[in-house]
Every structure is written in C-alpha cells, then in structure tokens.
Design a protein around this ligand. Structure first.
Ligand SMILES: NC(=O)C1=CN([C@@H]2O[C@H](COP(=O)(O)OP(=O)(O)OC[C@H]3O[C@@H](n4cnc5c(N)ncnc54)[C@H](OP(=O)(O)O)[C@@H]3O)[C@@H](O)[C@H]2O)[C@H](O)CC1
Ligand SMILES: [K+]
Length: 516
C-alpha cells in the first residue's frame, strides 16, 4: 500500500475536487461522515461524553463537521475550538456556521482560558492539528495536550495525532497527542511506522474519503507498506516436472566456536524456505553439529575454530555470509579475499556486517544488488549516527545508492531500502526480538535468492514471510517463549497462509455492508 507525502495528499484533494466537480467542504463532509459512521457503529448511541478539540484549519473543520453529525444523532458532545491562530480555514468557518445554525456554541480556548474538565471515562476527539502542522505549537497548546493526557480519557485522533509532523520529528515530545486510535484519511502515514513517532499511535485504521483512485494509483511514491497483497504477486509457484536443481543451491558461510547454532539456523531456514540444496561452510568444530541438526544439508569445513579461508568447488546460486562468523584477523582476511573472487550478490549479516563496517573499503567489493541486513546498532556502524528516523532514512538511502545494495533495517517494522524506495514490512511482533531470529532471516533470504527471486523481491518477501511465521507461531507459544527455531518451523505455515486467509476488507466496507 502506498504511503503518500502531505503534498501528494493535498494534490490528490485538488485533483479530486476538480474531476468530481465537488467543493472542498464536500470532501470534508465525506471525511467527517466516515468518522461518524466508524464511531456510531461502535458506540450505538451510548451516552458517553465526547469532547471534540478542534483546531482552526481543515483538521479542525473535520472535527466541527463530525460534531454536527454526532449531535444530530443525539450524542453528548462538547465542542472546543483550540484557537491557536486567526487564520481560520474556509471550510472550518463553513462548519462553524453550520454548528451555530444548529444552536451549538463551541467553547473557544486560547492562552488565557481554563481548560475544560474531562473525565476518565469520556472520549476525546483530537482534531487540533492534521497534516498541516508546520511549526512547534505554542506553550499553551502544549499545556492543553498535557491536560488531555492527564484526563486518561480515550483519545481518537483525526487523520494523525496532533503535534506530529509528516516529514520530521518534533523537538518537544510533550507537544504530541498520544492517540489510542487514529482514523487516517485515504492512506496511513509514514510516521505511523517509524520508531520515533509510531509510539504515539495505539492503533490506526484508514478511512476512504473518495480521493480519485486513478490519480492515487498513478502517483509515484517513495514509501510503501508491505502486506499480503504486495507480496502475493512475487510468489513463484512450484511446477510439476521439476527437481531439486530447479530450486537452487544455497551456500551459508559462517559459524565459529560457540556460534555454530547461527549456521544451523541459517542453513535450515534456507531449506525450509524452499532452496533445492544447501551447503553450510563452517569451521571444523561445526561439522558434527551441522550434520546432526540439519541432515538435509551438505557441509564444507575449513580450519578448526573459525573460518580462515573461503574457497570451494561447488557452484551455489545464492550465498549468505556472516552469521556467527566472528571477526578474527584471519577471518577478515579470508572474507576480503573471497570478495575479490566472488561475483554473486551476497546476503550479509551479523559479523559479516561488522567486518564491513570495520573495513569500509571492502564495501566497494560487494557485488551489485547484495543485501545487507543490519539491526540498528549494526546500521549505525555502517552509516554513522543519525538524528531521528528521517535522518536515518536519508543516510540509509544514500548508503544503499552508493553501494547499489539492498539495505534491510531490522526493527519493529523492518524497512527495506533500494534504489531510492522504501518498503515497510507489516508482519512480525516483539516476541521476535530474541537470539537467532536474524540468522533465520539470512537463511530465508538466501534460500529465496537461490530459487531465482531477485535481490529486492527476496528481501521484501523474505522479511514478510519471516515476520508472518513469527506472528503465526506466537499465538501458540506467547511472546516470551518464542524462539528462533519456532519461526523456522512456522515458515511453511507462512507460505500456506498466503493463499488461505483473504486480506481483511477495509473496515469502512464492512461498515457499509452491515448498514446496507
Ligand atoms: N485529503 C485529505 O486527506 C483531506 C484531509 N482533510 C483534513 O485536512 C487536514 C489538513 O488541513 P490543513 O488545514 O492543511 O492543516 P491543519 O488543520 O493541520 O493545520 C491548520 C493550519 O495551522 C497552521 N499551523 C501549522 N502549525 C501551526 C502551529 N504550530 N501553530 C499555529 N498554527 C499552525 C497552518 O497554517 P499557517 O498558514 O499558519 O502556516 C495550517 O495550515 C488533514 O489532516 C485532514 O484532517 C480535509 O478535511 C479533507 C480532505
Ligand atoms: K489530529
């Protein structure tokens, strides 16, 4: 699903208004009705007090129009205008008048006013700022936001939590509304998925307000979120008259004394994801563990406790390197020599990444379209420190461009970057923050490449399947007990699930069906 920048949303508004020959306040009305339907379906006329805090722009206008619909259906509302500027938007004013026509007189709040009392069981609708925030809110608005938080009431934010910018990080965390739920128009926003800003969003849902679908589909975006709909077209079905050679040979280079488990996990994962053959290249101390734990795999060995040379006669289709590798001087030299002769794009993880960041000149030796899979600390060693998520993305994009590599930034929403585009994964859970899950991911991606997936597809699809396997197995074992081997075992279920459960219909469609 595409994630649009604020300017693209404003442009889509303009285009839709012209094409459909409607007014901008009709679009606002559409947005407000969608929110009203959402609330009404859940609240069923409950007499809970709803406090609507509305700014003076179009986000506030949405709130004012919503207030009118709630009032018309008998809800117990209090409308508060957060009067932070004299520059009220046209559609805000139209909706203010419509409220007044119905004898609803909002409470105007400014720097000199007492804030309204809010009870813990009330509901707050946050329509103070939307995607138009362009500077830090005044101190009194920050105090108001603090007042909202102190009430402990449920907060429903319109479009985005007020105080979040769409393209940068706020300098004052107190100026940001913590939303229990966000109803976002047309598409989710990038900030919902970044660690610095995602913390302000409990849950989110998208409401279709009728922006022109053709315009949206023709609009090129920098950011996409990846769910089942996005990965399904990548899937390569298994054909009848084929054999193990058809599905490629994965080579997993890694392991050292005490870290042979990493090689076992990666090698097994490459087979579990469908590689026809797999070979583990490990130091001798890994020979028996590997042959015992993964009888399906072949094993090549080198010196005793760590890899001191990388040479082989096999012809793999994909190579994953780095898991459990260690950073001994001889290993670094072996890796460097290997890079001189190797032509296949690599999947590099763990100590492979550490060696690269300690010896940056080796980065130039990586074949084009190699995949690097750092967690945040490893990323920092590669690209340097960053100031906030947007700076991190900028630096990561520049890095991926400079070395023509796919960069996978592991985290709560794992992010894949390539060729200036960013793909945000939606599967996975906190239970996966545990030893060995990265090794499994390396094996998964290597195994996909062995089967002929190009680097970017292998990265996106592999991250999705790995997360989905984690999500499926966590339901049986729970967050705390989830182990990397459990993910391995669930990879097959993740594949089957691709075709089993249709992706949930967007909520507003369900709503219309129920109502109609
Ligand atoms: N297609 C859609 O998604 C639709 C979305 N709608 C809603 O519209 C908002 C965006 O509305 P907009 O009026 O552009 O912006 P805001 O409501 O977020 O902000 C209003 C103005 O406030 C000024 N501003 C910005 N930051 C501050 C600040 N810190 N202090 C005071 N004032 C501030 C700014 O104007 P300036 O000229 O003063 O710079 C903003 O313009 C979107 O989020 C949706 O909720 C439509 O209703 C339907 C279509
Ligand atoms: K808001």
């Amino acid at each position: 699903m595409k994630l649009f920048a604020a300017e693209q949303i404003y442009a889509a508004d303009k285009f839709t208004i012209e094409k459909q020959q409607i007014t901008s306040d009709a679009l606002m009305e559409q947005a407000a009705i969608q929110i009203f339907n959402w609330m009404h379906l859940r609240m069923q006329g409950a007499p809970v007090k709803i406090h609507l805090f509305c700014g003076i722009g179009n986000n506030g206008g949405d709130g004012m129009a919503l207030a009118r619909h709630l009032q018309e259906h008998g809800y117990n509302i209090g409308v508060h205008v957060v009067n932070y500027s004299e520059k009220r938007s046209k559609d805000f004013l139209i909706n203010l008048d419509r409220l007044k026509d119905r004898k609803i007189w909002p409470n105007f709040i400014d720097s000199n006013c007492e804030f309204p009392e809010i009870h813990k069981d009330d509901i707050i609708v946050d329509a103070i700022f939307g995607i138009g925030l362009n500077r830090e809110p005044s101190d009194w608005v920050v105090n108001l936001i603090d007042h909202l938080h102190k009430s402990e009431a449920f907060v429903l934010s319109v479009d985005i939590p007020s105080g979040l910018y769409t393209d940068k990080i706020s300098t004052n965390e107190k100026a940001i509304v913590k939303a229990n739920y966000v109803l976002s128009f047309q598409a989710p926003k990038l900030i919902f998925f970044l660690p610095d800003t995602g913390i302000y969003i409990g849950q989110w849902e998208v409401l279709d307000i009728g922006l022109d679908p053709e315009y949206l589909s023709a609009t090129e975006v920098e950011y996409e979120i990846i769910g089942k709909n996005e990965v399904l077209p990548m899937y390569k079905p298994r054909e009848k008259y084929t054999h193990k050679g058809t599905y490629g040979h994965s080579l997993l280079i890694g392991g050292s004394y005490g870290k042979i488990g990493a090689s076992i996990l990666a090698t097994k994962a490459s087979l579990k994801i469908g590689s026809g053959l797999a070979t583990a290249y490990v130091p001798k101390c890994g020979y028996i563990p590997l042959q015992t734990a993964v009888p399906e795999a072949m094993v090549l060995t080198n010196s005793e406790e760590y890899i001191a040379d990388i040479s082989y006669k096999i012809e793999p289709n994909a190579i994953g390197v780095g898991v459990g590798l260690g950073t001994e001087k001889e290993t670094v030299d072996a890796f460097s020599k290997f890079l001189d002769s190797n032509k296949l794009p690599l999947v590099v993880d763990a100590d492979g990444l550490n060696i690269l960041s300690e010896n940056k000149k080796l980065l130039k030796k990586l074949p084009e379209n190699s995949i690097l899979t750092p967690h945040p600390k490893e990323l920092e060693r590669l690209i340097g420190v960053w100031k906030g998520d947007f700076d991190k993305l900028k630096k990561a994009k520049a890095f991926s461009k400079k070395y023509t590599c796919v960069l996978i930034i592991k985290g709560a929403n794992t992010i894949t970057l390539f060729n200036g585009k960013v793909y945000i994964n939606t599967t996975g859970n906190p239970g996966m923050a545990t030893a060995g899950t990265g090794d499994v991911l390396t094996g998964v991606i290597t195994g996909l490449m062995a089967q002929g997936y190009d680097s970017l597809s292998a990265a996106i699809f592999g991250v999705y399947l790995h997360g989905r396997a984690g999500d499926m197995v966590v339901e049986q074992v729970g967050y705390q007990s989830l182990m990397a081997s459990d993910i391995l075992e669930a990879l097959g279920d993740a594949y089957i699930d691709l075709f089993k459960v249709p992706e949930q219909a967007p909520p507003q469609q369900e709503q219309q069906q129920e109502e109609g």
